[in-house]
Design a protein around this ligand. Structure first.
Ligand SMILES: [Zn+2]
Length: 156
């Protein structure tokens, strides 16, 4: 089976097994992780299976300490968090007590990577889901520097 890697924009280059025709495929609607899908060559019509690896969405399991400050809706709410896993698009964290976050809330997180430089990141996230004290969030307005730091972090 053919293995293709999906880039940050959700696109992958797939080369036909039989005629070697290569085309770019948009997989941005697929979830992160590894997916197996049937692909039909646009040129010769041969169908074959490909495994799509969303490399850029790789999740790293971590245990990073940090804090949050609620930004939206505006409310003086802040606390300690522990980040459980992190990817290029978001993260999952745990709070010590229940803060009753709702999807759509915007939080500013500050946390320290467990790399050699102990890099401190400040990043806004949008809450996507909440399950008790576990919160899943997606990064918003990530700056170039933070993106780079995370990129290096995933390589270690
Ligand atoms: Zn083909």
């Amino acid at each position: 089976m053919q293995n293709v890697s999906v880039d940050e924009k959700g696109q992958a280059w797939i080369t036909c097994d039989s005629c070697k025709h290569t085309s770019i495929v948009d997989l941005s609607n697929h979830g992160a992780g590894v997916n197996i899908m049937n692909y039909k060559c646009l040129k010769c019509g041969t169908e074959f299976e490909v495994t799509c690896e969303f490399r850029k969405f790789y999740r790293k399991e971590v245990g990073l300490n940090g804090t949050f400050i609620q930004q939206k809706p505006l409310k003086e709410q802040a606390g300690r968090i522990e980040i459980i896993d992190i990817s290029r698009i978001g993260l999952k964290f745990k709070t010590r007590v229940n803060f009753d976050f709702k999807p759509g809330y915007i939080l500013k997180l500050t946390f320290t990577l467990n790399n050699r430089n102990k890099t401190i990141l400040n990043q806004l996230i949008e809450v996507k889901w909440v399950s008790g004290q576990i919160v899943g969030g997606e990064f918003i307005n990530m700056d170039q520097w933070t993106r780079q730091q995370l990129g290096f972090y995933f390589m270690t």
